[in-house]
Design a protein around this ligand. Structure first.
Ligand SMILES: [Zn+2]
Length: 378
């Protein structure tokens, strides 16, 4: 039933919008109109304004999260979600099709993250309308600003949602994979304050912030700490010049853990070590952190997983591969708000790189799965 040409054209159309995070206004209008034409009720919130206010930046190119609803023919509600934004470089994307493969020209991302999800949802709805198929009560949450730590859905009013199960189309890898668990992500910034002095005349008067940093880092293990927790220091800057004792260094990093308490314990340990190393040399530190998203774990026996398995079986595909991911998604915010959601692959590979690609066959498979999940089988 899936219309191959229409799927390809829709993918190209969506990729033609420059839709990096906070620049989603044009793609948002297009998606909202398309859904309206398909008979869905549309609401757009003011998440864009709220983010702009919180972060005090001007925000002319984003409005809000799209919520859409299509009344069903049964009693069953289901939510689908796919975000509007892409990472950068995502301006002036060129879509190149070689046989089954769809890729960019190598100067930008392709945007299959998350256009593949949007295409799947739109095509499934078109098929339902064309064929007048019986379907569930369908809710859509199409957020802005997913890439920068799911900021769009942070401001979404989840009281609107009637579904208690959700499919978030936002997973890298073969269609058929589904993530049923994801981590808490805590970002942090550590500032180290020392004391400057001339490195030749009065080095004894200085407190070297870079030395404090080095001593602290030497005592901290980074990378994969165990099977559920990771720690990374990602960027450092500071210092003055070659012949001055540096009085300031700033380092940023993040902790990811499937166990929120363990993430906080790791962060506290980092703070303690930096504190004691600073004190030892007469300096001081400050540490600020932000819990970006919170961990969830959905049972592999839950209705949302079992329905997914049923659909893959029915379509003759292999059993879904249920995984735990170390990436966050809007599904973290859904689960935090009491909606049992899983993240499913919709046909994206090597996302967040200029080598990102999808394939026509995977997109069609994803459309089929979404369609089947929408249908009323009772
Ligand atoms: Zn994504």
């Amino acid at each position: 039933m899936i219309n191959r040409e229409r799927v390809i054209n829709e993918f190209k159309r969506l990729a033609s919008f420059d839709s990096e995070s906070f620049k989603e206004i044009e793609i948002s209008k297009y998606v909202a109109n398309t859904l309206k034409e398909l008979g869905l009720e549309i609401e757009i919130d003011n998440a864009g304004d709220l983010i702009a206010k919180e972060q005090s930046f001007s925000f002319p190119h984003s409005k809000g999260n799209i919520y859409a609803y299509l009344k069903g023919t049964g009693q069953d509600f289901v939510l689908f979600s796919s975000h509007l934004d892409t990472v950068s470089p995502g301006i002036n994307k060129k879509v190149i099709i070689e046989d089954d493969i769809i890729k960019s020209d190598g100067t930008t991302v392709l945007g299959a993250d998350d256009i593949s999800g949007l295409v799947s949802i739109i095509e499934a709805l078109r098929i339902i309308k064309e064929n007048n198929l019986k379907h569930k009560d369908i809710e859509l949450l199409i957020p802005i600003a997913e890439e920068p730590y799911c900021q769009g859905t942070k401001y979404f009013d989840f009281n609107k949602i009637k579904s208690n199960k959700a499919y978030v189309l936002d997973l890298d890898g073969p269609v058929g994979n589904a993530a049923i668990g994801a981590p808490s992500i805590i970002s942090f910034t550590i500032e180290i304050f020392g004391l400057s002095a001339h490195a030749g005349f009065h080095p004894e008067d200085g407190i070297n912030a870079i030395t404090i940093l080095g001593n602290a880092l030497a005592k901290i293990r980074v990378g994969r700490l165990n099977d559920k927790t990771l720690l990374n220091f990602g960027k450092v800057y500071g210092g003055l010049q070659r012949n001055s004792v540096p009085d300031y260094v700033n380092i940023i990093g993040e902790v990811r853990s499937l166990d929120k308490n363990e993430a906080i314990a790791i962060l506290n340990n980092v703070r303690d070590i930096f504190n004691s190393e600073a004190k030892r040399l007469g300096g001081r530190i400050s540490l600020e952190y932000d819990i970006k998203i919170e961990a969830y774990k959905v049972s592999d026996n839950s209705i949302v997983v079992r329905d997914y398995q049923r659909v893959l079986n029915k379509l003759g595909y292999a059993e879904p591969k249920l995984i735990t991911t170390f990436g966050g998604s809007d599904n973290n915010n859904l689960n935090k708000n009491g909606i049992e959601g899983i993240v499913i692959s919709s046909g994206m590979n090597q996302c967040h790189t200029v080598n990102e690609y999808t394939s026509i066959s995977e997109l069609i498979k994803s459309c089929e799965i979404v369609l089947e999940l929408m249908l009323d089988t009772n």
